[in-house]
Write a new protein. Structure first.
Length: 130
């Protein structure tokens, strides 16, 4: 059985109670399974407290955090009642001189890059390959 959850990002504002839903959010992502506090909740907390936790494939960072070893930067553009777009920038370093290599809707990204999965490094290695 899957425990679904949604993670939402909101700005801390004066007078906003942390125990109430904010009027607006900036971004969100959906987690299909392990969304309970002992799963996803701990992952989120550990990402914030234990920098570079090797058990996670992702981290939530402070907004001012910079890296000098990035190869890609992704932006997810959302607005209320507007179509979501994704931008991908490629380079090496902290992002200052990265080149935009993709802009489009999620379906366009899937069409553009999903077709490369068959020959991709990320292809699941099984003995059932044809």
């Amino acid at each position: 059985m899957s425990t679904r959850a949604q993670v939402r990002f909101a700005t801390r504002e004066e007078g906003q109670s942390f125990s109430e839903h904010p009027d607006k959010i900036h971004a969100q992502f959906y987690c299909h399974s392990d969304g309970y506090p002992e799963g996803l909740g701990l992952d989120i907390a550990e990402s914030l407290v234990m920098n570079n936790n090797p058990t996670l494939k992702w981290e939530i960072e402070e907004l001012q955090t910079l890296h000098g070893d990035l190869e890609y930067i992704y932006y997810i553009w959302q607005g209320y009642d507007k179509e979501t777009f994704i931008s991908i920038f490629k380079g090496l370093g902290n992002g200052d001189d990265f080149e935009c290599v993709f802009v489009g809707a999620p379906s366009k990204l899937i069409t553009t890059y999903g077709s490369q999965l068959e020959e991709s490094y990320y292809k699941l290695n099984t003995n059932y390959d044809r």
